[in-house]
Design a protein. Sequence first.
Length: 281
Amino acid sequence: MRSAHGQVLTACLFAVVLCAATLDVSAAPAASDPDPANAPLLLHAGRLVDGTGGAARQDVAVLVRNGRIEQVAAWKGFHAPEGARTVDLTSATLVPGFIDCHVHLTMEVTRGWEIEPVKGTAADAALFGAVSALKTLRAGFTTVRNLGDRDGESVALRNALDRGLFPGPRIVTARRMLSITGGHGDWNNGFRPDLTLAGLRPEEAGICDSPEACVAAVRNQVKYGADVIKISATGGVLSAGDEIGARQFSDEELAAIVGEAHRSAGRSRRTPTAAPGPRPR
């Protein structure tokens, strides 16, 4: 639970669907508590949907301690632990936090998006991502999988959220998606030959055209913080020069990517896994 910012509350399993515009935080922790931010948090919910398929439970106490939901019980007769902060959500409904498995928090497709890579910086994208993260959280999504950015800015965004610097969902990020030269994930696609972005080596940019290059590309993304490896296995909707649904990687290249992703999981503190790219619609 990110509770450092009292107006936006998320739990490991629950998001709040508000029927009122504000949250009333009362029952401040005892003065003897050396770190009020770590005090138990007691949510008094008017209704609770637990995701099991049953009817919503009424008048429920949800006790959160150290960022984890410790107990769910009827409010009547429930005894709050000493020093607990109580949040009055009697006009709200708690639901399981949503998970969005395909987002791009640091990017937006608007007028002129095609030239954004040569105008904007990673800092611009990260700041935009912070705003997107807050909007996503307020929509009830407590975890997202960010499947592709331009310059690794989603890693900085994830790390800042993990540190509790500002509110937002937990992020599992792919960093850059892997693509063949001229494929869906080639950001230089559509530019004239003498224009390149940031002078990145192909493996840094996620571009790979052989099994060996694919292994290097996976290792590079993991080195710089990827949790999951995204494969642009076919053409896409917004890229130039590649047909939607047209195959890009060979069998050997795909096998190299998946194999290295699994090997990387054993070497990294995080656990990257292979994920398919966009599918034709």
